[in-house]
Design a protein around this ligand. Structure first.
Ligand code: UFG
Length: 331
């Protein structure tokens, strides 16, 4: 297959590109490198620097690259906290960027796209585990823009026949098994990288945001899913569309929840390091428990997560964080 990956220099995008190339596919990447890293681009992928909000730039790639079978779209901003402080940045990049992309795809007669959505589309869940047809009431602007993207794809399909698969990720984590690429956000806000930075000495401590939730140990529970398993789900979703599958939405998680304290304890065991912990107030907008039902992806896409054990997930992340103390800057 020949796949155009938008945002292929970012965290989940770069892991998906590696997986696509490992499985013998041809990959073209388009990324503005605003949050992505050129060092994360697979050497066998063809790279174009460009911004989705610029129709001329995306048109130029699609004019030149014939025979694209499908597009995978990761190019978006994805920090919940930042989206609350700067919502218009999220509307601009996530929604205006996707609008321009869709115009260009329709003009170039490209008919299949898989894109990143999020558990944040659900908001505070009504029950656990969360199912795809549960209500979507986002509690933050990031989730709101992803929900709006899903609707944009829905209506574009009605009018122009462009089929889509929306993948609603739970908590993406871990790193490529080789340790060559991994998670490197700036600023970092995610739990596992911050814990591992406290373990590798580049950060003083991990703060637990809230110890008074209605959970067994008082801290939030999340469903941690390995980035390579997410990558594989994208490839399966592309094949599903190319084999005639209808537009669809799938949750992607392991279906098992771990509390913040459990993640910290597991990281201590995996790294063998002391990790300083400070208990703090709750962070705004955090639901107590988010756990996916991924039965639909398993049944329809044939997806089967390989990294379903938290220790193994953290081992892969540690291989990256213990050798890249400053992310890609230390390469
Ligand atoms: N947490 C801490 N301390 C930290 C960082 C996080 O206690 O320093 C806690 C959070 O409060 C939360 C849990 O660890 O309870 C996980 O937090 P993350 O920031 O790692 O992830 P989130 O669950 O907030 O967000 C993730 C993705 C989002 C996505 C969301 C879907 O990063 O993009 O899941 O719910 F929208």
């Amino acid at each position: 297959m020949k796949i155009l990956v938008l945002g292929g220099a970012g965290y989940i995008g770069s892991h998906t590109v590696y997986r696509l190339i490992e499985q013998g596919n041809e990959v073209v990447i388009f990324d503005n490198l605003e949050t992505g890293h050129i060092e994360a681009v697979h050497p066998k992928a063809k790279f174009y620097k460009g911004d989705l909000r610029n129709r001329v730039e995306i048109d130029a790639v699609l004019d030149k690259e014939n025979g694209i079978d499908a597009v995978i779209h990761f190019a978006a901003n994805s920090l919940v906290g930042e989206s609350m402080i700067n919502p218009l940045k999220y509307y601009d990049n996530n929604l205006c960027g996707t609008k321009v992309l869709l115009e260009s795809l329709v003009a170039h007669n490209i008919k299949n796209i898989v894109f990143s959505s999020t558990a944040a589309t659900y908001g505070e869940p009504k029950h656990t585990p969360i199912l795809e047809d549960d209500p979507t009431n986002p509690t933050n602007c990031y989730g709101e823009t992803k929900k709006a993207m899903e609707r944009m794809f829905y209506w574009t399909q009605q009018a122009h026949g462009l089929k889509y698969v929306s993948l609603r990720y739970f908590n993406a984590c871990g790193a490529h098994i080789s340790g060559k690429i991994g998670e490197a956000h700036n600023p970092e806000t995610h739990l596992i990288p911050i814990i591992l930075q406290a373990a590798n000495g580049t950060r003083d401590h991990i703060s637990i945001f809230g110890t008074d939730y209605n959970t067994p140990d008082g801290t939030c529970i999340r469903d941690y899913i390995h980035v390579t398993d997410l990558a594989q789900a994208h490839i399966l979703a592309v094949k599903y569309l190319l084999n005639g599958g209808e537009s669809n939405i799938f949750n992607l998680g392991n279906g098992v929840g771990f509390s913040v304290r459990e993640v910290i304890e597991t990281a201590k065991k995996v790294t063998g390091k002391e990790i300083k912990v400070i208990e703090e107030e709750r962070r705004a907008g955090d639901p107590a428990i988010l756990i996916a039902s991924s039965d639909k992806a398993k049944n329809i896409l044939g997806w089967k997560p390989e990294y379903d054990d938290l220790s193994t997930i953290i081992e892969t992340a540690w291989k990256w964080h213990s050798t890249h103390l400053n992310g890609y800057l230390s390469d």
